[in-house]
Design a protein around this ligand. Structure first.
Ligand SMILES: Nc1ncnc2c1ncn2[C@@H]1O[C@H](COP(=O)(O)OP(=O)(O)OP(=O)(O)O)[C@@H](O)[C@H]1O
Ligand SMILES: [Mg+2]
Length: 201
């Protein structure tokens, strides 16, 4: 497998957290893993790309890990528009190809959720499709997650993306729905829940 794309049901749902978790897991299994955050928006300092690079002690240049950087903390399409910039998708595909040469597998962290626009006519689900990667969906553990997760899986299937599984993140033990959400999601979507990650703080 050349890579996986870590997407999520929303922004802030734990994609970076899950990307680090998966990368460390692959490494324990002896797999050399690289990561990518194709587009970052907002302040450059300590963004996801830098966080991934530092946390996983990766030698790859930041321009490969994060080929497209936008100044404003918005979805890529409005962020690029505000900056009067055109997002060069080719930069993303060529950086991915270069990372593929350097590592056995690449984990790509998405931007927000699957319907987030990169251009007017191109969203994150299209990018996953065009990179030819299977998707892992990071979802919240608690109430509301069934709706968001099923909608996300549906949108990925509509874009002909293979959905490998769901990582449910942030179990607190305090929300009653945490006990039943995973089973319901698996049953209604046919997609397995691969991991259940506890809220670690
Ligand atoms: N299981 C967890 N335990 C403790 N903290 C967590 C956990 N999951 C996520 N967090 C924290 O919650 C915050 C949001 O998570 P994270 O940055 O991984 O979300 P994201 O989906 O990558 O967000 P974005 O859309 O901005 O990329 C971070 O501060 C992260 O460290
Ligand atoms: Mg992130």
């Amino acid at each position: 497998m050349s890579g996986i794309f870590v997407t999520g049901t929303d922004t802030g749902v734990g994609k970076t957290y899950a990307t680090i978790y998966l990368a460390e897991k692959f490494r324990r299994d002896g797999i050399d893993v690289g990561v990518m955050k194709p587009i970052s928006t907002g302040p450059d300092k300590d963004n996801d790309a830098w966080l991934l690079k530092k946390k996983l002690k990766l030698d790859d240049p930041i321009e490969l890990i994060n080929p497209v950087r936008l100044k404003y903390p918005l979805a890529p399409y409005p962020a690029a528009k505000l900056e009067k910039k055109k997002i060069d998708l080719k930069k993303i595909f060529s950086a991915y190809k270069e990372l593929e040469k350097r590592h056995q597998t690449i984990i790509v962290e998405g931007i927000g959720g699957v319907a987030v626009p990169i251009t007017e006519k191109y969203c994150v689900a299209d990018l996953i499709h065009d990179l030819g990667l299977p998707a892992v969906v990071v979802a919240r553990a608690g109430l509301g997650t069934i709706n968001h997760t099923l909608l996300t899986i549906g949108a990925l299937i509509d874009c002909h993306v293979e959905v490998m599984g769901v990582i449910m993140n942030g179990f607190t033990g305090k929300d009653r729905s945490e006990k039943t959400n995973a089973e319901v999601i698996e049953k209604l979507s046919g997609v397995p829940v691969l991991e259940k990650l506890k809220w670690a703080r």
